[in-house]
Design a protein around this ligand. Structure first.
Ligand code: NDP
Length: 330
């Protein structure tokens, strides 16, 4: 079977040269293990962090070892009583076509309840990140204004829709006119801003948010976020979910000019990782499922095909080539 390994720790922007493909025999199955055939692979911006060895909340990948991410796989053979041949499972698995994995830590997913890829997005990590980040930290209230950066992505597109369900005015920031149009027509955002074609982002946000910004859900960091923060209201809340605009920087920005403004506005900023809310995940999935079933929530995916294309799909996240959740189907 084939495996994709980390070949080098990239400095700056990663490339295809940082991955390599190897082949090996699939080992014998032991008690408590499953033989799995990969069906869907999640590619996520946070994997960039794991390619580096800078200290983080999660272990770095080892050079020469497989990349690991959220995946959906079919059980081909089981030596665990809780799983049977033909089941589909979700979990953190290695980028391999076929693999043996411990059953412990994998979760059964039901293809009759939702398309399998949805368990990596709307009903998985990114859906939960959107829901729990917004509600637990953003504490949105009806009638307030919510701004979302990275709005057309997996997390952002869900954050905006939940904002609408909860009765907020929602403004999204994304990288193309087509994405901005999609925010409004498919996801019900009230307004959108293309950061690539807008000269003065601070002014554009002021125009789109006549009552100021009460909640900022930040997926991108950097200059876009500074522009949003210059428009925040008294007692506003910023959810620091991600900072993709700086993940490939070799040096971080030295000062944050907006800080004195945060003081004046008694504004709260809090980062989080989705594991902080682990005990709330089941209730989160339940809520997201209910909204999907009631047609209050919808989602989009960018599905690439083929094992060989996993690294490119990952790299394309940094070029904004996805709409909604990026997954690779094998
Ligand atoms: P997305 O689906 O949003 O994909 C990434 C998107 O980021 C691209 O489509 C692109 O859209 C945008 N982007 C890329 N480069 C830049 C840039 N330089 N400036 C501005 N935007 C850029 O990914 P996810 O939804 O999976 O993740 C979104 C964010 O949430 C990431 O920062 C991620 O690390 C974070 N995250 C955090 C979690 C947590 O537990 N805290 C969990 C999951 C995700 P565009 O065309 O608009 O530029």
């Amino acid at each position: 079977t084939r495996t994709i390994n980390l070949k080098n720790r990239p400095t700056g922007k990663p490339g295809l040269e940082d991955f390599d493909f190897t082949s090996s025999e699939v080992p014998e199955l032991k008690e408590g293990e499953l033989l799995l055939k990969t069906e869907y692979v999640s590619v996520d911006p946070y994997l960039r962090g794991r390619m580096s060895d800078a200290p983080s909340y999660i272990e770095p990948f080892e050079v020469g070892k497989p990349i690991v991410s959220g995946m959906i796989a079919e059980v081909i053979e089981s030596k665990d009583p809780a799983f049977s041949k033909g089941d589909h499972v979700s979990g953190m698995l290695e980028w391999k076509e076929t693999q043996v994995a411990k059953a412990n830590g994998l979760m059964k997913v039901d293809p009759d309840k939702a398309p399998l890829s949805a368990y990596l997005g709307i009903l998985g990590m990114t859906g939960l990140t959107a829901y729990l980040g917004l509600t637990e930290i953003g504490k949105p209230k009806e009638g307030e204004t919510l701004v979302v950066s990275g709005a057309a992505g997996a997390v952002g597109s869900v954050v905006g829709q939940i904002g609408k369900i909860l009765g907020l005015r929602v403004v999204g920031i994304a990288g193309t006119d087509e994405k901005v149009e999609m925010l409004k027509s498919e996801f019900g955002f009230d307004a959108g801003i293309n950061y690539n074609t807008t000269q003065n982002m601070t002014q554009a946000i002021a125009n789109a948010c006549p009552d100021g910004v009460d909640v900022y859900f930040d997926n991108v960091g950097g200059e876009i976020s500074e522009a949003v923060l210059f428009n925040i209201n008294k007692f506003s809340r910023t959810v620091n979910c991600g900072a993709i605009s700086v993940y490939n920087n070799t040096e971080l920005p030295k000062s944050i000019s907006v800080q004195p403004f945060l003081v004046k506005k008694s504004s709260l900023m809090q980062g989080f990782v989705i594991f902080d809310f682990v005990e709330k995940h089941p209730a989160g999935v339940k809520q997201l499922t209910q909204w999907l079933n009631e047609d209050k929530l919808t989602y989009t995916e960018t599905i690439r095909e083929g094992f060989d294309n996993i690294p490119q799909a990952f790299l394309d996240l940094f070029e904004g080539k996805n709409k909604g959740k990026m997954v690779v189907k094998l």
